[in-house]
Design a binder for this molecule. Structure first.
Ligand SMILES: [Zn+2]
Length: 164
């Protein structure tokens, strides 16, 4: 662990395992669907896969659809997730997905990193009394996950033409 260089980005994730003797590494946090951090969108089902479920999850975190989504035995809340990102700061996120494939924890981890990075930047600027009214280029940091099917219903969000 000590030889690991501190990389510029979220910490590497962890794959949960039921293998005998397997233990959660120190500093890891479980974010599967047994926790409020889970992905309410199921990857199983006809025409679905992890990439699809993660696209939906990303759009949901971005504000698409209802705040609360029931899935399995719990109700997942977007506002809860966004308000509790601090709890995952610096943690390696642990889920069942294979490490060489897509997982919602990558999206979540990126959010946590972005959030904590921005927070520390704010603190730093405040310390120097130099907070300016810059807008944060939030959308530029977004990348579509998987193949190009991600641009759903964004076109509908544009304001209509002026009446008359
Ligand atoms: Zn996962």
């Amino acid at each position: 662990m000590s030889s690991q260089r501190r990389s510029d980005g979220p910490p590497a994730r962890v794959q949960l395992s039921r293998a005998a003797g397997w233990r959660m590494p120190a500093g890891a946090r479980k974010v599967d669907r047994t926790t409020p951090w889970g992905n309410p969108f199921d990857y199983r089902g006809p025409g679905r896969d992890r990439a699809v479920a993660i696209c939906e999850y990303t759009a949901w975190l971005d504000g698409e659809g209802p705040d609360e989504l029931p899935a399995g035995h719990r109700v997942f809340s977007r506002s809860w997730v966004l308000e509790h990102l601090d709890e995952l700061a610096g943690a390696r996120l642990a889920c069942w997905c294979p490490l060489d494939g897509p997982c919602h924890s990558n999206v979540l981890g990126a959010r946590v990193y972005e959030h904590t990075h921005r927070a520390s930047e704010t603190v730093r600027k405040a310390a120097y009394g130099a907070i300016s009214r810059r807008t944060t280029p939030r959308d530029s940091a977004r990348r579509p996950v998987g193949h190009g099917k991600t641009r759903r219903s964004r076109a509908n969000a544009q304001p209509g033409p002026p009446a008359g």
